[in-house]
Design a protein around this ligand. Sequence first.
Ligand code: ZN
Length: 378
Amino acid sequence: MSAKSFSRIKVTAVLFLFLKIQPSVQAPLNGTKWSYIGPDGEKTWPQKYPFCGGGFQSPIDLHNNILQYDSTLLPLELIGYNMSTTDQLALTNNGHSVRVGLPPTMYIRNLPFQYTATQLHLHWGNRKKPEGSEHTIHGKHFAAELHIVHYNSDKYPDVTAAMDKSDGFAVLAIFIEIGPFNPSYEKIFSHFQNVKYKGQKAQVPGFNIQELLPKNMNEYYRYEGSLTTPPCYPSVLWTVFRHPVHISEEQLLALETALYCTRFDDPEPLEMVNNFRHIQEFEERLVYVSFHEVAERTKKTTKVSSTSQQLTMKMTEKTTKVSPTSQQLTTRMMIPPKYELYLITESAFHSWDLTEICPGQCFSSLLQGFKTLSETEA
Ligand SMILES: [Zn+2]
């Protein structure tokens, strides 16, 4: 479709996605206990937390077949990351990880919304198998992974309100590998002895949090996924940096051995190790990359784009006033897979059952189709 022919079509359509069947999300009946091993391990998460068994889950393996270069992915602008040493940050052992609370003066500026920092935490393996990153690249784990969690403060008053919204969170993920001693990470790690057990808290003097990120921040993977811990809401815009940061072997060992999932007085102490979720299926979705060295995608993804094209065609045939902006299209369903698509235009109302025209989880294809559509129009 030529740009000219399309420009005649007035951009007035508003796209809404409504769940056809929306199972109620109730508080888990058997408490909120979950873990990485044992009877409450990740295989059982979906029983108590339905989203963990749903779509758009994280982490994922980042491999060529699903990657697509996107020239619009600019370096992130991190504001307020350079904290004063007189500020105090709360370090906590929450029984699943060690986390550092972050102040609302820290935020990311140049995403579709302003995302304000709330906390950072780590995922790691164990001393015998130091492969504890959540995301993998071509099937390869890194030793550990840092997550810096931000919530959409343009749209939501706090983390709790943002948590279950499709555009609620933006998380920065940083791979950690063994290398030279890292004095910046030590600013957190040196306090581990004070938070050995679940529920313990300590204070960490402020520092430049950006030092925890790789020097080259221009190259990253971007995709829409989920929290990697229960309740696994598909609410995260992920930025996974391509280049790892390094910490020394001793520092990694401290991370792998210093902490416990259990409380101080627990008669059966459980070491905090292997606190990473395994990779999740990633079908018919794409990961956008800000860098060029990506091999040609295979037939599988070619099929995806042709599906989206067909879908685009199919939908434009039915209405002459369809051209939602990509922002409207970033709406994700919170509970797949049964939902309906409604297109409301100036003069008409159309609805389709997506499970009919878009079998399987091809929602990404749909978004891709509309993205193409709106780009063509522009
Ligand atoms: Zn995490």
